[in-house]
Ligand binder design. Sequence first.
Ligand SMILES: Nc1nc2c(ncn2[C@@H]2O[C@H](COP(=O)(O)OP(=O)(O)O)[C@@H](O)[C@H]2O)c(=O)[nH]1
Ligand SMILES: Nc1ncnc2c1ncn2[C@@H]1O[C@H](COP(=O)(O)OP(=O)(O)O)[C@@H](O)[C@H]1O
Length: 403
Amino acid sequence: MGEAPAFFDDDLRGDFPNGLLLKSKGCETAINIGCNKTYVIGATEKESACTIGVRIFDKSTSKWVIPTVLGTKPKPLGGHSAIALDEDRILVIKGNSTSDDCFWFLEVNTAFVREQKTRLGTEVVAWSKGVIGESEKPIVISGPSGVGKGTLISKLMEEFPSMFGFSVSHTTRAPRNNEKNGVHYHFTERSVMEKDIKDEKFLEFAAVHGNLYGTSIEAVEVVTDRRKRCILDIDVQGARSVRASSLEAVFIFVCPPSFEELEKRLRSRGTETEEQIQKRLRNAKAELEQGNSPGLFDHILVNDDLNKCYENLKKLLGLGDSVKTTKIPVPKLVQIPPEHIVSKIDQKILINCTVPEQEKPAANMFMLDLSSIKGGAPGRTRGLSIYAVEPSTNGSIGSEMLS
Ligand SMILES: Nc1nc2c(ncn2[C@@H]2O[C@H](COP(=O)(O)OP(=O)(O)O)[C@@H](O)[C@H]2O)c(=O)[nH]1
Ligand SMILES: Nc1ncnc2c1ncn2[C@@H]1O[C@H](COP(=O)(O)OP(=O)(O)O)[C@@H](O)[C@H]1O
């Protein structure tokens, strides 16, 4: 962006104590939230690497606050614009980038951020990238070892390869013969995983059958970025953590027809030692009890006959017989230039990319529709749609969805 927007000077200058005037006008944007807080977002040089930084000016105390920043940050590129949405998040549009990487949300007062403020006792902001297009809620599948979760998930991914993506968990357990690193799990040293947990890289984690297992935020983001519906195969403790997190998901618990059948399947799979089988069977008792605890799972599936159970799973995911591999349309990539002007009309953001000097009326305008957004930090904000806006001959604005 060339010049800083007008509100930058008007809203901030008078309030700043001497010496705190922002120097790098044009690289930074300042957004007022509520009466007391101004969020300044801008590229900062840190140890010779350029990162997007956030600081908050608290007008009630006339002090700057550096918040704890959660979520995956955008990489700075060119200029950016920013606009407040509903007092709880700021939409940041990166210039010089395409629509798969240009819409970012800085959450400042969402339920997730409020929770983290209480937990950490600091100011908190959280980034999440906006993903264009309809993408459905992630699916959490839990159930005791050997019940058939992996078998059901494989069938679903085979039949609908463009629709679903698997969240590859991290684990400290050793790989089985048929398992590939990065495909079935990220097989990890305990010390490395413990450090990553400390560094807030995990959405959830749990100790299961004597090993650590966890879903990294990145594992879910990778699937969402491909515009696929994410499937998480995690234990009941993990499901409980995800339920308590900001990731909205559908929770499915898979039960065996009987305990004897579960034992039979676990043995016939032939991947565990006798000692490990005994441990898994002991844990299965507790898991079956927890699986039925109220409010945790949305659906319970009994995996007796595999094909019947698979059909039931498809039905509850809205995939009847008539649905075959439907390809999710990929929108054309829209390039937003560094110089653009944003304005807000309800939940719609008008992005005008016309440079004032060469003004052709509304020649290069886009409408970003945020009315169906879902999810958010930590992770992705899904459900954005973008339209090209064309001026009609009578001067009104028409639009065409880019898909
Ligand atoms: N909480 C949590 N549990 C996981 C994760 N990944 C796998 N699990 C669970 O860990 C348990 C053991 O998984 P695994 O060792 O692959 O054995 P299996 O269930 O017998 O195939 C299962 O209940 C999985 O659902 C994860 O990322 N987080
Ligand atoms: N409905 C079913 N009837 C009989 N065997 C099954 C059924 N579902 C899965 N299996 C078998 O049970 C074993 C355990 O299934 P798996 O998918 O590995 O379970 P999980 O991922 O829940 O640990 C596998 O050998 C699989 O082929």
